[in-house]
Design a binder for this molecule. Sequence first.
Ligand SMILES: *Cc1c(COP(=O)(O)O)cnc(C)c1O
Length: 432
Amino acid sequence: MKLYNLKDNSEQVSFAQAVKQGLGKQQGLFFPQDLPEFSREEIDHLLKLDFVTRSGCILSAFIGDEIPPEQLATRIKNAFTFPAPVTNVENDVATLELFHGPTLAFKDFGGRFMAQILAQVAGEQPVTILTATSGDTGAAVAHAFYGLNNVQVVILYPQGKISPLQEKLFCTLGGNIHTVAIDGDFDDCQALVKQAFDDQELKQALYLNSANSINISRLLAQICYYFEAVAQLPEDQREQLVISVPSGNFGDLTAGLLAKSMGLPVKRFIAATNVNDTVPRYLEDGKWLPHQTVATLSNAMDVSQPNNWPRIEELFHRKSWPLSELGYGVVNDDVTKETIKELAKHGYISEPHAAVAYRVLRDQLQEGEYGLFLGTAHPAKFKESVEQILGEELPLPKALAERADLELLSHYLPADFAKLRAFLMERAPKSL
Ligand SMILES: *Cc1c(COP(=O)(O)O)cnc(C)c1O
């Protein structure tokens, strides 16, 4: 597999390099040179396979012979150990539940696949994963790498801006997992990570690697569950499918669009955001004007400079799709709360991120269409807000209950690169 840097097309790398490097020069994103496509017959065949087998076909179409198919199959089997069920919500609307993994959010798919691929391609070299999280990436990455040899993980997150249970889930592991609460917002954390990757000395001392949604392996993994969703739908709904994706950094939507580019039948996609609405405003008037990030109920989407957007633009360009085909909508916290109540009336307990996606889908779905919104997190992950909105208690799933009483092991730093740099240098592998 060949990939090129979107900021400097002359930088071309293999899949293994792209996974190890994360970002290219000038913090450019890697994008696949070849965009594999399946015929209609091949798609129909794929949709009959089980999730893990089908995912092997999808991923090897991109990765090619860089990883032998049998080894890739084993990696996928190790990563995708939990299902992605489609659950009916209304006659014409269903949700794809992506939260049945160990950290109860869709980021388990990408995080676990990436950990498997790094283990495959890294060899003997000890690496440091440095990543910023608005909540769920951190948990997924921490759990995916916890206890793996030769890998340490440093996770930055905005102090006080993720849910207390979310924090418990990944800041209580210890061992090779170091968590750092930053006095700032997610964009500050993301900026610190970018600065670290620009610092050549630091990068080499620690063999820095990023694991947030910019890593191409995470995106590729996420393509697989869009196929899984369509496989579960009745055949007569497939042609009329509209998928609404709750979006923050826009990795999930990028993966969905890549699935469509491979031939998966999806009529259109909708980018649903909270009031951090840089992309919807851009789609409205063509102006890219990020505002200050605002804290919302759907905090994993509190991103005003979505990192993956250039990949979406590139894909539309490569496929000659007009950007106007992409649906969009913005949902504020009040409407999010009302929507969680509305979903509960339909007998479905949801959480703020999925509710944002459902709201925009419901408002824009047309007669004869069939809507699917992504359920990106388990409602219990946002227990405090969901319980308050619904006025009822939610049981804690086991993965959370086990960690709820453990002590937080996080370090605390200001949003200051010099401080972070010193913290990292102290943790450079001694043998180097
Ligand atoms: C990360 C996350 C999102 C946003 O996904 P992106 O790929 O960053 O757009 C939505 N919902 C939840 C629960 C998340 O954790």
